[in-house]
Design a protein around this ligand. Structure first.
Ligand code: 13P
Length: 392
């Protein structure tokens, strides 16, 4: 089953009354465990990578494994940047293969949050990528992830939420109704009246951060009031850690692989349990039918250069192109090459991988592209063709 548009997954869940788990992963054992759990109960799933966790792993190194595993999965999958802190980190995440992004400016005053979110939403939408904003503030209370969310809770206001959606155009909204990041201290108290009012006012998929530690009834209440995505990490971290501690106390070890061999199974069990609890189990086929596959685009340019072949001049033009074009949102990879056959109709090529079809026009019109094409590339390469291939 394919990698799919995250907005389609969320709309399906919202319409059908269940929530998709967005599980933060921190290594390849979590990645495998999350997908195995979703596949075991045929649930759509969101592989989530939180910017606050990048101190634990190298995002650039892990993402090719995430994209590959998502494409091989037997359930519909989206790949999401969680708590993206800036426009440049969102652009980088799209470049690495995320097809959903969160802009987290929830600690800022309302107007600043609107402006930061609107800017990122426009950029991500021009790449076809789903955008989550957050309004209100979900703090951390205890546990390894909690300290990254300092400060006091600020609940989401219905009126502000309405204005926020109109001004930013986000596809889904994370709301603050009493959950916290990390472990709960005491019995959690959630403001369901507020959630219901936000849902009535917005009629768009809502997101809950701080998904760990609620009661079964509370999860049902979330789903019944428009929550279509539940972010979940601390419980996965705790179950993985418990499995390592158990292995160690059973005298199994001392090797690293022996100590950690239960992590996948522990994560898998928790993902399966929660996917069933949130109503996502058994929805994979229906969600796939209602979701568009995520298709990248290969932008191919074949060309000849003016006059006699001058490798130094060509290499300089290519280097300038890489520099000018690789930062344009939605560009995933740029390759340049020359033919192996002296009699080929075209001697040179550019191969550019775009995140999605939407990037074709946003790339074409981007000022960095326009400037480079008009001043460096086109004058040197008047004989050229370009074709965009949507990839299966
Ligand atoms: P928990 O760690 O409380 O499950 O929350 C995870 C989260 O909200 C990530 O964005």
């Amino acid at each position: 089953m394919p990698l799919v548009h995250m907005s389609d997954l969320l709309r399906h869940a919202y319409r059908e009354g269940y929530a998709v788990g967005a599980y933060d992963l921190v290594d390849s054992a979590f990645l495998e465990g999350i997908l195995a759990g979703a596949e075991a109960c045929q649930a759509p799933v969101i592989l989530s990578l939180a910017e606050s966790h990048f101190v634990h792993y190298d995002f650039d190194t892990l993402m090719p494994a995430v994209v590959g595993a998502a494409r091989r999965a037997r359930v519909p999958v989206a790949i999401h940047l969680d708590h993206g802190g800036s426009a440049s980190s969102v652009r980088h995440a799209i470049r690495l293969g995320c097809n959903g992004v969160m802009v987290d400016a929830s600690d800022k005053p309302f107007q600043d949050n609107v402006e930061a979110t609107r800017e990122v939403a426009a950029m991500a939408h021009a790449c076809g990528v789903t955008v989550e904003g957050e309004l209100g503030y979900v703090p951390g209370v205890e546990g390894e992830d909690a300290e990254r969310h300092p400060g006091a809770v600020r609940l989401t206001s219905v009126e502000e939420a309405r204005t926020f959606i109109a001004l930013t155009g986000v596809d889904c909204l994370a709301v603050s109704i009493g959950t916290v990041h990390g472990r709960m201290r005491g019995a959690p108290r959630l403001d369901f009246g507020r959630l219901a009012a936000i849902n009535r006012a917005l009629r768009l998929p809502l997101v809950i951060h701080g998904g760990t530690g609620l009661t079964d009834e509370q999860y049902s209440g979330l789903v019944a009031n428009g929550v279509a995505k539940i972010n979940y990490y601390t419980a996965l971290s705790d179950t993985a850690a418990r499995s390592i501690v158990e292995q160690a106390s059973n005298g199994i070890g001392p090797g690293y692989t022996r100590l950690t061999e239960g992590v996948r199974t522990a994560v898998r069990a928790e993902v399966e349990r929660t996917s069933r609890l949130w109503g996502a189990a058994g929805r994979a086929d229906a969600a796939t039918r209602s979701a568009a596959s995520w298709r990248e685009v290969e932008h191919v340019i074949l060309y000849n250069v003016n006059g006699p072949r001058d490798e130094v001049q060509w290499a300089d033009m290519v280097a300038r192109g890489r520099e000018a074009l690789s930062g344009i949102p939605g560009v995933r990879r740029i390759a340049a090459g020359r033919t192996t056959r002296p009699d080929a109709r075209f001697a040179y090529c550019w191969l550019m991988r775009f995140a999605a079809p939407e990037t074709i026009s946003s790339f074409r019109d981007h000022p960095d592209h326009v400037r480079y094409a008009n001043t460096a590339f086109r004058p040197l390469a008047p004989d050229r063709i370009s074709i965009d291939f949507e990839l299966d």
